[in-house]
Design a protein around this ligand. Structure first.
Ligand code: ATP
Ligand code: MG
Length: 394
């Protein structure tokens, strides 16, 4: 008998043609996650198995709890796929467990196995009754669920099921760029995008000296939280000061936010082609602020052709906060450092901005030149699995 972690793939197993690619990506991601631990990982078309040292179990669980593409995992005991071995193994295992009622739950994925699942449930229960005293079957609310999965080469016995994160393995979709501010919404947007398999790099717009290095540090900490779900993230930092000051100096008050966001989008599109990223991801949520009415989104989006994915567009703030708490970004996001979007907020921002007015206003300064400068001078911080201190990154 050996003890293993058995991983069930979940949604990816419906991807017929791409199945191999999905499984290989998941395998690579799990392997990366478990770097430094003594494990042996094997895979087939339906399951992945991890051999591990007992002392490492909690650490391994905490790491695979953050890998997308796992629907469920179980701590299993394997034995040969024949009735005697299974019976014997079940008996041996339950002797160490304190319970009164049980249910046997056989799943026979090897259809050539001589006994069907229903009959095998009875065979195992009978064997338990014969060799123990005082135990009862309770099919509705058993103290102990004895799961038995009969596969071709081996069978697996387990008692508890653990939920995985679901989603697709990160890297099964192409890279995209996440607009990461220090707020609550954009880290959640990044997390949800990664859950669909998208590999993300981040872009942060800062306006030093109007925004502080603390604000930058906060964004790096948020990116580090997202790093838990992948193996590396680049954070591109754009010095947005000159553009923001030019907008503020030249453009109508109620249009400054709209135009600022149009500039951000233009820069994002340029960065997408520079880094071969296929989409922009951000934390816009419909109706949340003036720049997120459908009219504003339309006006801002009209500057570019690259798809913009807004994972939290239709969520309530409280739903977004729930996820932010779950992924541990909330407490960082609420730290009170200024963001470039909050420093020049006009009293009455346009909630139905006109594209024509934007175009007229944008003629008042040479933004193309400033955008070129932003791109030429960007600063990239590379994050990989090590939790690096911010000071080390400067
Ligand atoms: P968040 O809570 O994510 O900051 P928000 O509700 O404050 O969002 P906005 O400030 O309008 O909304 O920004 C909308 C989205 O634009 C953000 O979710 C983020 O994706 C992007 N964004 C805003 N400011 C920045 C910035 N300084 N750098 C990078 N992206 C930004
Ligand atoms: Mg914000």
């Amino acid at each position: 008998m050996s003890k293993l972690i058995m991983i069930k793939y979940g949604e990816l197993s419906t991807k017929k043609g791409n199945r191999g690619f999905f499984i290989n990506t998941l395998y690579k991601n799990i392997k990366n996650k478990l770097t430094g631990l003594e494990v042996n990982i094997t895979k087939d078309r339906a399951r992945m198995y991890i051999e591990f040292k007992d002392d490492d179990l909690d650490e391994i669980k905490s790491r695979i709890d953050k890998v997308f593409g796992i629907q469920e995992y179980d701590i299993v005991y394997s034995c040969d796929s024949n009735v005697d071995s299974i019976n014997e193994e079940v008996l041996k295992l339950i002797k160490n467990i304190d319970f009164n009622t049980f249910k046997i739950n056989v799943k026979r994925s090897d259809k050539s196995f001589e006994i069907n699942s229903q009959d095998m449930n009875r065979v195992i229960a009978t064997h338990i009754f014969k060799n123990t005293e005082g135990l009862k079957v309770d099919v509705h609310n058993p103290d102990l669920m004895v799961n038995v999965e009969i596969r071709e080469k081996k069978s697996f016995i387990y008692f508890n099921k653990y939920h995985g994160l679901g989603g697709y393995p990160v890297g099964t979709q192409s890279k995209s760029l996440l607009m990461l501010s220090g707020g609550i919404d954009s880290p959640v947007a990044g997390y949800l995008a990664m859950k669909r398999g998208i590999a993300v790099d981040c872009v942060y717009f800062e306006a030093i000296p109007h925004t502080s290095l603390n604000a930058r540090e906060k964004v790096i900490s948020l990116a580090n939280k997202l790093l838990d779900y992948t193996d590396k993230i680049n954070v591109h930092i754009i010095n947005f000061t000159e553009i923001q000051e030019s907008i503020y100096k030249n453009c109508k008050d109620e249009y400054v936010i709209t135009i600022m966001r149009r500039m951000m989008y233009r820069i994002m599109e340029r960065l997408c082609s520079k880094y071969k990223a296929l989409a922009i991801i951000n934390g816009e949520s419909i109706g949340q602020v003036a720049s997120q009415t459908l009219e504003s989104m339309n006006c801002i989006n009209s500057t570019i052709n690259t798809p913009v994915i807004r994972p939290v567009a239709c969520m309530d703030k409280l739903e977004i906060i729930d996820i932010a708490r779950k992924i541990d970004t909330y407490d960082i996001s609420i730290l009170p450092y200024e963001d470039c979007c909050t420093i020049f907020v006009p009293r009455h921002p346009a909630i139905k901005p006109s594209i024509d007015v934007c175009i007229e206003e944008e003629k008042k300064f040479n933004y193309e030149e400033l955008i070129d400068k932003c791109i030429d001078n960007l600063n990239t911080i590379k994050l990989d699995k090590k939790e690096e201190k911010f000071e080390d990154l400067l």
